[in-house]
Design a protein around this ligand. Sequence first.
Ligand code: GRF
Length: 192
Amino acid sequence: MLVKKIAILFSGTGSNLENLLEKLHQKEFDGFRIEVVLTLCNKPGALGIEKSRKFGIEPVLLDHTKFPDREAFDRRLVQEIQNSGAELCVLAGFMRFLTPYFTQNIKAINLHPSLLPLFKGGHAIEESYASAMKVGGISVHYVSEELDGGEIIAQKCFEKKADMSLESFENCIHQLEHDLLPEVIVDILSKK
Ligand code: GRF
């Protein structure tokens, strides 16, 4: 059976990492099997590290503070991804600005917790919660040189209820993320 290899990059809790490992790793789809060949984290102590280990995958830890500059970090990152043989790289809560060296060498998608192009950046959940919008949502997009600015692949939204707490708003976001991201990955790999 044809094997399609992916890499997953994360920085924190890793709920999306865990969800992808559960739904995709070593699972068969129409004519191919997906293998997560690399998980990689830039933050020592991130909760996602243990989640990856649960699936028997020891994450590569690349602490960005140990590199002289962004490009040096990205060069190493690109090397790790290329060495893994992954044909698609998934950023699942990977909190790094990426340089053109990365974007020119790696085909990657990113998960963002807002309806892009609204609320780019690291405070998307708080900003969309506080906004006048009647919906919240998420986007999956290709990674480009512009932060959260690459081509949008898929989006999902939910109704923001009048009395909704930030916590339940956030839970709705994560639920949608856990549904949409694996679907998009399977779809991209099916078309290749
Ligand atoms: C997600 O909300 C994702 O959209 C954002 O970072 C968060 C990661 O959550 N980029 P987790 O680490 O997967 O739980």
